[in-house]
Design a protein around this ligand. Structure first.
Ligand SMILES: Cc1ncc(COP(=O)(O)O)c(C=O)c1O
Length: 375
C-alpha cells in the first residue's frame, strides 16, 4: 500500500499544470528565458549524445567558485546537493560517530548519517530562537561527536544565522576539531548570509545547490566545496564518475552568468509572498507562524491549537483546492504532527490561491474534528 505522501506526489505530478506547487521550496520566479535559450541550443547541438567533461564545465566551475566567494576551495559537482550530502556522510563518518543536528531539520541528511553507521544528536529547536546556538552545540559535544550539521537557512523553519552566530559555531567546530557540514541550499534568500568556511576553513564542508536559487531543481545539480585534501577524501565516494548531467550544467551556467540581474527580484517577490502568507495565517484561528520573517523561501504553519492534523490539511488543500503544501512529519520526529510547511517562491497568483484555500480548508477540517456537544 502506498503512503499518503506518495499518493499526494503522484496526484500532484499528474495534475502539475493545475497545481500551485508550494510543497518543495522550489523556485518558480526565475525568468524562463534565462535558461531556455541555452537549453535549446544544447539540444540542437545534441550535446546529450556525449558525456560532459567529467570534472565539470570549466566556466561553470569558475562561476560557482565566484558565486560562493570562497578562496582556496574548488567546488565539486554532484547530482544535486543531495548526492554531496550522501558522499560526505559516507566519507567522513565512521560507525558510532555522533553528529550534532536539530529537530526540526532536513531529515534526509540524518538518514545518510545513519547509513554510515553514525547517529545524530537532535537538539530540539522548536522554541525560540528556533535555531542552534554555539552554547547548545558546545554543551552537546560528547566523546563520539565528530560533526555538526549547520543548515543555514534551515528547512523547514526558515530560520537563519547572523554572521556572529555563524562565527561562534565555526569557532566551536574549530576548537573541538569537528567537521562543520554547512548546507547553504537557501543561502540566496538570506540577507547578510555568512559562510562558515570563512571562519573555520579547514573544518567546514559547504554544500550548495542551484535547485532553489536558480530554479533548477528538476535538473539535479549541486555540489560541495572544501579544502583540496578533503575534497579528494569525499570524492572517493563519487559514483557519478562520468560527470553530472550535461543539460543541467548548461542551464546552471546560463543562470549563474546572469544571476545578478534577476536574483534581487526573485528575493523581493518571495518576501512579499511570505508577508501575504503571514496575513492569511493571522486570519485563521489556532494557527500561527513560529518563525517570521523567513530567511529562506518557506514558513512553517503551526496547527497546534486547531486539533487538525497536518496530513488532513495537505490532503484537503491538494485534492480540493489544487494547492500543494507539505505535512511536517518528514521534517521533525517530535513536532511533525503539529505543522505544515508552505513555500512561496511562486507567482503571486499561486499565493492568492493559497490565500483563498487555506482559511476554507481549515474551516472544513475544524468543523469535521469538532467534538459534537451533548444535547
Ligand atoms: C536543506 C536542504 N539541503 C539539500 C537539499 C537538496 O537539494 P538538491 O535539490 O540540491 O539535491 C534540500 C532540498 O530541499 C534542502 O532543503
Amino acid at each position: 500500500m502506498s503512503s499518503p505522501s506518495a499518493d499526494a506526489f503522484r496526484y500532484a505530478h499528474a495534475h502539475r499544470t493545475e497545481i500551485a506547487w508550494l510543497s518543495q521550496n522550489t523556485n518558480h520566479l526565475v525568468p524562463p528565458e534565462i535558461v531556455r535559450g541555452a537549453l535549446d541550443e544544447a539540444i540542437r547541438e545534441r550535446r546529450y549524445e556525449g558525456y560532459p567533461p567529467a570534472s565539470g564545465d570549466p566556466e561553470l566551475i569558475d562561476l560557482v567558485t565566484a558565486d560562493l566567494g570562497l578562496a582556496g576551495t574548488r567546488p565539486f559537482l554532484t547530482g544535486g546537493g543531495t548526492e554531496s550530502l550522501y558522499m560526505i556522510a559516507r566519507a567522513l563518518l565512521a560507525p558510532g560517530d555522533e553528529v550534532i543536528a536539530s529537530d526540526p531539520s532536513y531529515l534526509i541528511i540524518h538518514r545518510f548519517v545513519e547509513l554510515a553507521g553514525a547517529r545524530t544528536a537532535n537538539l530540539d529547536i522548536y522554541a525560540p530562537p528556533f535555531r542552534l546556538t554555539a552554547e547548545r552545540i558546545q554543551e552537546a559535544i560528547g566523546p563520539r561527536t565528530t560533526m555538526v550539521l549547520l543548515i543555514d537557512p534551515l528547512n523547514p523553519l526558515g530560520s537563519g544565522y547572523s554572521r556572529e552566530e555563524v562565527r561562534a559555531i565555526a569557532e566551536v567546530a574549530h576548537d573541538h576539531h569537528l567537521v562543520l557540514l554547512n548546507d547553504v541550499t537557501y543561502r540566496d534568500f538570506s540577507e547578510g548570509h555568512a559562510l562558515a568556511a570563512e571562519f573555520a576553513p579547514e573544518e567546514t564542508v559547504t554544500v550548495w545547490s542551484v535547485s532553489k536559487s536558480c530554479g533548477l531543481a528538476g535538473l539535479r545539480l549541486g555540489g560541495f566545496a572544501a579544502p583540496p585534501d578533503r575534497v579528494r577524501a569525499i570524492a572517493r565516494f563519487n559514483t557519478n564518475d562520468l560527470g553530472v548531467n550535461i543539460l543541467a550544467q548548461v542551464a546552471a551556467r546560463a543562470a549563474l552568468r546572469t544571476k545578478s540581474s534577476w536574483i534581487g527580484e526573485v528575493v523581493r517577490q518571495t518576501r512579499e509572498n511570505g508577508a501575504r502568507v503571514r496575513e492569511v495565517v493571522a486570519g485563521v484561528p489556532g494557527t500561527s507562524l513560529p518563525v517570521y520573517p523567513s530567511r529562506a523561501n518557506m514558513l512553517v504553519i503551526d496547527l497546534g491549537a486547531t486539533g487538525v492534523t497536518p496530513e488532513a490539511v495537505q490532503e484537503e488543500l491538494l485534492f480540493h483546492h489544487g494547492v500543494f503544501v507539505r505535512a511536517g512529519n518528514y521534517l521533525s520526529p517530535h513536532h511533525g504532527q503539529r505543522f505544515v510547511r508552505v513555500s512561496f517562491s511562486n507567482p503571486p497568483g499561486d499565493i492568492e490561491r493559497f490565500a483563498r484555500a487555506f482559511p476554507e480548508a481549515m474551516r472544513t477540517l475544524s468543523a469535521r474534528t469538532a467534538t459534537p456537544r451533548p444535547a
